[in-house]
Design a protein. Structure first.
Length: 162
């Protein structure tokens, strides 16, 4: 199938992307690696008015240690995570899980942000985020906030019966 018709934008900064998101008032989708979003578009399960491609925003692709935490940018490719010394040392579960995501072309293109935004179970990241009690900083037209896995995915992982 072919995706529906939509406007396409490739902003060069986070501020420009946020302005576009505000302009489309909830009717736009953000494109990271596309491994989760493109099938939804091709099967017309998602019909956004616009696609906002974040691939030109290099400031969103990083792995770094800050304040005794490991921080990963939304545009960090799965393949980068898979071979990161910081991730292997500090978050071995994330490194091991990443090696199980799809196959090489998927991990080369896929991003942690896209997988988490779509709660893509085939990417392993929602379960890893919950297991590590991780947080996600989200930023939109109305500002920034930090969400735990249960808030991000809309249910509590830790309340499930044992």
């Amino acid at each position: 199938m072919k995706p529906p018709v939509f406007d396409y934008h490739a902003p060069a900064s986070v501020d420009e992307a946020l302005e576009l998101l505000g302009r489309y008032a909830g009717e736009a989708k953000v494109l990271a690696g596309g491994q989760s979003l493109m099938p939804l578009l091709n099967f017309r399960l998602s019909r956004p008015a616009a696609l906002i491609d974040l691939n030109r925003i290099s400031a969103l692709a990083y792995i770094r240690e800050d304040d005794a935490r490991v921080r990963l940018g939304a545009m960090t490719r799965q393949r980068t995570i898979e071979f990161s010394p910081i991730v292997r040392e500090r978050l071995p579960l994330l490194a091991e899980a990443t090696a199980l995501v799809g196959h090489l072309p998927i991990r080369t293109r896929g991003t942690i942000g896209g997988s988490l935004a779509h709660a893509d179970p085939s990417a392993e990241y929602p379960a890893v985020l919950a297991a590590l009690d991780g947080e996600v900083a989200v930023r939109g037209p109305r500002g920034e906030r930090v969400l735990r896995a249960a808030e991000l995915f809309g249910f509590a992982f830790h309340d499930a019966p044992a």
